[in-house]
Design a protein. Sequence first.
Length: 222
Amino acid sequence: MTRNVRYPWWVEPGTWLASALVRAVGATWRIERIGVDPTESSDPARERFIFAFWHSQLVPLVYSHRDRDAAVLVSRHLDGQVITRILERLGFHTARGSSTRGGDEGLRGLLAHAQVGRDLGVTPDGPRGPAEVVKPGVVYLASRSGLPVIPISAASRPSRRLRSWDGLRIPAPFARVRIETGAPLRIPSMLDEAAEERWRLRLESELRELTTRVRSAIGEPR
């Protein structure tokens, strides 16, 4: 849990209710998993990874990867405070900040979690977009941590699409949810800016292909 942070009075009861709702509604989803997800292994000595997924797919993936001791990057905006407490109640650790390349507190926090053996989760188009465009911070994080990046995507039907910058998708109760995990991208260390850009574009391409595939397979509207 994040320490020494003062939240508005309503955050605690509100986030308790929200996390309980995610667990209850998520239990009704019919989840189809495609690809190999290494976090499903119970081997404590297994390799750790950085999961990269679009901000719009946060809800189904938070449910599917709950209680696995992973660390997730969350913004410092007011809505980030709420998301932080919901994630912590769902069994995640959090690092607060943005995915800006270099020295940012959020990336430093994720590097600290990596050093103690946790998987990491990043929405590379967050916290404010543009939607489904990878920012360079995740490539920097991978090159500094030595952890492979796994693109992962989710689609659901029926679902509600919010009028937010990311078009956040919330699967309905008893929805069909399809989750596809891509192959790990092993990003070298000590990259120059040109190499970072090549890897950024490669990850963006992988995520877009996964997203197109899961949406098409399940019939999720754009």
